[in-house]
Design a protein around this ligand. Sequence first.
Ligand code: KIV
Length: 268
Amino acid sequence: MTDRAPTMRDLATRKSTGEKLVMLTCYDALFARLLESAGIDLLLVGDSLNEVIAGRRNTLSATLEQMIYHAAAVRRGVERALVVVDLPFLSYQVSIEEAIRNAGRVLAETDCHAVKLEGGAVMAPTVRALVERGIPVVAHLGLTPQSIHALGGYRVQGRSDADAAALLADALALEDAGASAVVLELVARGRATEISRALRIPTIGIGAGAGCDGQVLVLHDVLGLNEGFAPRFLKQYATLGADVRDAIGRFADDVRSGTYPDDAHSFE
Ligand code: KIV
């Protein structure tokens, strides 16, 4: 990218140059600073925060207030990275008017760059209405967690020819409506590659293989903080869960034995 801060419009240029997009979820300013300094292109304030840090069973109960609170924190932590915010369940499905109001609030109150919403061609009119009003949109297809009960579980999407054709039609409809990018979650890799080739806008895969134009993962999973969560697509790059337990255990031992605080950590 150039010296000026990147914009959502630059994503399509990145696709045309073949440079992969790197996205991670982020829920707070401290990690946002770290991720930006590590060179991450896009931070996603995902509604996965409802599971990962709020301890809920799924994303369905995430609220707009919760998303705005975390998105504003993430935005305060970055200068150049693009920040995309998930619109939570029922904040955009009821009517286009509500979608505009809620997505507008997200951008106005957080200063983030785009919203993300789940769903295929049925959401295209909503995407178009948001984009026409100056609100960039990232779409999300495949395994859409806000529809987990309808989908019947976390399983790979687009395996049959009919499902794959429907996914492709959805992706094309969202592109036509003005989406800036499409997240493809848990999609058979050959299908995800076909969709990526058919679109002008980038695809960002999670569990969708290497043919996508970028990749996104949940930060806490990548860092090994979400212990016990080990789906096939996930590659852990650290084991911070074990590091945290070790550090906290040593702190507790020092306090209990009276070796902390020592002279070096006390005031006269
Ligand atoms: O909420 C989220 O973190 C997401 C990613 C898994 C893509 O939507």
